[in-house]
Design a binder for this molecule. Structure first.
Ligand code: FES
Length: 172
């Protein structure tokens, strides 16, 4: 199985660190500042590493457990950069019962990564998500915000190949 991509911490990159500091300075005095700062950093940097969480907690003088709690509760936040394409597996009840686990297993075989990880080339991130409101189509996967319903493990290869082919075409 390939190693997941190595992550360089934004705190170690001067430009990114300036973005982090500016974001904290900009929002730290607002009500609900922790959520606002984290939300903005997820958008501006793209992910919030554990060292970033500790830094934000210290600079904002809030408990690290609070920052960590927010980041781990909302699936919108990630601690690693997402890949160029995101494949999400709905694990709401209907999809879970409908075979989401088998779809995830098949994807692990094809891509060599677990949910929450990104392929070493930075191309595809695999995630799980809650019900996306398309239960009649269960099991559902979401590829770059587009639902694919009634998914079967035998179609996972096709879905991945389509993503890779679209990249090959746009690179040509
Ligand atoms: S449980 Fe998957 S769409 Fe509702």
């Amino acid at each position: 199985m390939p190693e997941p991509a190595k992550i360089r911490d934004p705190l170690d990159m001067p430009e990114q660190r300036r973005v982090i500091d500016r974001t904290i300075d900009e929002f730290m005095h607002l009500p609900g500042a922790a959520m606002v700062v984290l939300n903005n950093l997820q958008g501006r940097i793209g992910y919030i590493t554990k060292p970033m969480q500790a830094y934000i907690a210290e600079r904002m003088n809030v408990p690290l457990s609070k920052i960590h709690g927010v980041v781990s509760f909302y699936s919108f936040f990630t601690t690693e950069p997402r890949g160029k394409h995101v494949v999400k597996f709905c694990i709401g009840t209907a999809c879970y019962v409908g075979g989401a686990e088998q779809l995830i297993d098949k994807t692990k075989q094809v891509l060599g990564i677990n949910p929450g990880q990104t392929t070493p080339d930075g191309m595809i991130t695999v995630e799980v998500c809650r019900c996306v409101g398309a239960c009649s189509q269960a099991p559902v996967i979401v590829v770059d915000d587009l639902n694919h319903g009634k998914m079967q493990a035998t179609r996972i290869n096709n879905v991945i190949n389509q993503i890779l082919q679209s990249e090959a075409v746009s690179a040509a």
